[in-house]
Design a protein around this ligand. Sequence first.
Ligand SMILES: [Zn+2]
Length: 247
Amino acid sequence: MLIKTDAVVLKQSKFGEGDRIITLFTKKLGKVQAVSKASGRHKGKYAVGTQLFSYGEFVLFKGRDLFQITQVDLRHSFYSIREDVTKLAYGAYLLELTLAAIGEGQTNNRLFELLINSLQIFSKSKKNMETIIKAYEMKLLYYSGYKPELECCVHCGTSEIGNPRFSSAEGGILCRNCFQQDLYAMKISPVTIRVMQYLITQELEQIAKLMIRTEVMEELNKITRHYIGTHLEKNAFKSLEFLNHIK
Ligand SMILES: [Zn+2]
């Protein structure tokens, strides 16, 4: 069976004699692992289309247990992201986070479009990459069904939140009467709450112009890290370690 679908390369690893296993985020099938053959008459033919970040129309053959990539019509290689070490680190984080959020057979078209848009922005400019990353995290959580409650107390529903705290386990802000519901609830400022709402609702092009103050960014980083760890069950990101190393 042949399946034609738009896809982005999230990961690649070696497999056997020069072949590679490519993990794709496809529009039609969600996350898919496919073999890219390097031997025989097809030698080297699909090398470009199977690099990290490559986006295009893939033709997949469903074999007995694995998919095989039989053709790639490349739309964008996002080559400029691979050329620059900072862009590469931020870009790799987008892929790693996406990999953690999507499942096999689970389509997520809004997340797919968001990934392409984000890669497009990264390929054009190095400005405000950290803000785009934050927007990507918040929107990814939203599109994956983990949008945090930021309007009212997630436990009792009051909008009189006073000095709220953020609870990853409860999935949003807790008012002063409820924050003992979660011993790990974190301090969150009203500015950080507004920034989170802005990141969820606004377009990326608009968000790219936003300047986030250092202390707000620090609080945001702490909260999103904890929230992603709780809901996507992933705490360690190789790309983030690399990013901290080169900063
Ligand atoms: Zn409450």
